[in-house]
Design a protein around this ligand. Structure first.
Ligand code: HEC
Ligand code: HEC
Length: 430
């Protein structure tokens, strides 16, 4: 109990200071360094990270510029198709203050949740469940590519356009197609920058700052040009490596095979309606096969989602954004005391990740059968949800089965079991 109120106090103070800061100095907006990662690295390496943080910051400005003046790393500007992967016009339009005409869409529409840096820690973030995405890990959930690969630009653009149902991220009607394209590039830019920052901070492992080593020191340009050239090459290589992983995504797309709409209909409602009809039908047969697979050991769906898909199976796991600063550094996610210094540096209090309750019929990554197919076939990166090791026909049966569980919202008075508080309200309350 004591610790909980501690955490809350720190949360409120950092929230207030974040708000205060914005009001007092709206002119200089800076990218916030990854203090949580640096803190964990300093504990692991048993050396202070102050110099690494300062020099990483300098290197990042050289590579990516600032929130008002974005730039792209030299190394990628030298060769196609990397050079034109992100459009500089898009970055300029999405970045900057929203008081400047034609600019500022990210700060206006996204930063309150995702933070100026894309660290998932905007001023409202701590109140949301799930938390907004921290782009800096370079991991994304809802995409047409497998776990461990980047999403397509189209995947990100679609989520910005339609929002993520069941989360705080809603569609923003005033965004034009150009805004969405610009924001997509800007999300990739922030994610790329964040991943390079992590590589730079990890480099501290090979440096002895106390012995005079440095990570990136432009004052060496004159004194020791060769050493500086080496440092510059390293930071450019880090940038190149992440850029290539994005460029690789289109080759990694997993196509969704065509479905027969008489067996796998377009909407969830059609599946629910078909289940209520007398007698047998191809849809009912598919749902029955899907149910059998769902509870089978082969798929293990029921292990997490519960035998009836109510989201009440294994509920005690965490997502990778949490594990990144806890388990990865040997800290148990439920050790609240050990989290205090990290929360003071910007980590958000840990929350468990819940498997979906299919009665709600809410699909964050989209409700089209093709969307649900991708989630099952590819898994959901950053969460415990694995890719299913079954064939295409079986995945379509699973798509039908989970959709058949949908219990439409009761209109007013109803004794339906789903009339209680929504899962979101329940989790927010504790
Ligand atoms: C009200 C808060 C809020 C706002 C505003 C918001 N988002 Fe989000 N966003 C979220 C949340 C919450 C998630 C995480 C959903 C999850 O983990 O399932 C998210 C996730 C994302 C993701 C990751 C999707 C994935 O596949 O992992 C992207 C990209 C994204 N948002 C971009 C944006 C952009 C661009 C804007 C501005 C146009 C924006 N968001 C505005 C709350 C917000
Ligand atoms: C190890 C646990 C685990 C297993 C096994 C598992 N899931 Fe999940 N599943 C989850 C979690 C956790 C989520 C929520 C992910 C998130 O944060 O968006 C989820 C989400 C989903 C979603 C929602 C996608 C969306 O767009 O909102 C579907 C559909 C789904 N699972 C189907 C299945 C099916 C079908 C199987 C079996 C083939 C399965 N899951 C196996 C844990 C699991």
């Amino acid at each position: 109990m004591k610790i909980k109120s501690w955490l809350l106090a720190i949360g409120v103070v950092s929230l207030l200071s974040a708000i205060g800061c914005r009001e007092q100095q709206p002119i200089v907006v800076e990218f916030e360094p990854n203090m949580v990662f640096a803190y964990q690295m300093s504990a692991r390496l048993e050396q202070p990270m102050d110099q690494a943080l300062d020099e990483a910051n300098e290197a990042l400005i050289e590579l990516f510029g600032t929130p008002d003046e974005p730039k792209l790393p030299e190394s990628i500007l030298e060769e196609e198709p990397l050079a034109s992967f992100l459009s500089m016009d898009h970055l300029v339009a999405a970045s900057g203050p929203d008081t400047e005409s034609g600019r500022g869409a990210y700060r206006k529409h996204c930063a309150t949740c995702h933070g100026v840096t894309g660290n998932g820690r905007g001023t409202t973030a701590a109140l949301l469940d799930p938390y907004p995405r921290d782009y800096r890990l370079g991991r994304f959930k809802f995409k047409s590519t497998p776990i461990g690969t980047k999403p397509l630009k189209e995947d990100i653009a679609k989520l910005i356009k339609v929002g993520l149902p069941g989360t705080a991220m809603k569609a923003i009607p005033e965004l034009t197609e150009q805004d969405i394209d610009a924001l997509t590039d800007y999300v990739i830019y922030l994610s790329w920058r964040g991943e390079v920052e992590r590589s730079l901070l990890m480099e501290a492992e090979y440096l002895e700052f106390a012995e005079g080593d440095s990570l990136y020191d432009p004052s060496l340009k004159e004194k020791e040009p060769e050493l500086f050239e080496e440092q510059n090459e390293l930071i450019q290589d880090f940038a190149l490596e992440v850029a290539e992983s994005w460029l690789d995504a289109p080759d990694r797309v997993q196509e969704v095979p065509a479905r027969d709409p008489t067996i796998v209909p377009d909407t969830m409602e059609e599946v629910v309606a078909a289940m209520q009809l007398e007698g047998n039908s191809p849809i009912k047969e598919s749902v029955a096969r899907g149910q059998e697979l769902f509870v089978s050991e082969k798929t293990a769906c029921a292990k997490c989602h519960g035998k009836e898909g109510h989201g009440d199976g294994q509920n005690n796991d965490y997502d990778e954004w949490t594990k990144d600063w806890t388990e990865r550094f040997g800290l148990a996610p439920d050790d609240e005391y050990a989290q205090v210094p990290l929360i003071a540096r910007g980590a958000l209090p840990v929350r468990k990740v819940s498997p979906r309750n299919f009665q709600e019929g809410v699909y964050r990554g989209g409700v089209d059968p093709e969307d649900i197919y991708r989630r099952i076939a590819l898994g959901i990166e950053g969460t415990p949800m694995p890719a299913a090791a079954v064939g295409a026909e079986e995945i379509w049966d699973l798509v039908n089965y989970v959709r058949s569980l949908y219990v439409p919202e009761p209109d007013e008075l109803s004794d339906s079991p789903s009339a209680g508080p929504s899962a979101e309200q329940v989790t927010l309350g504790n």
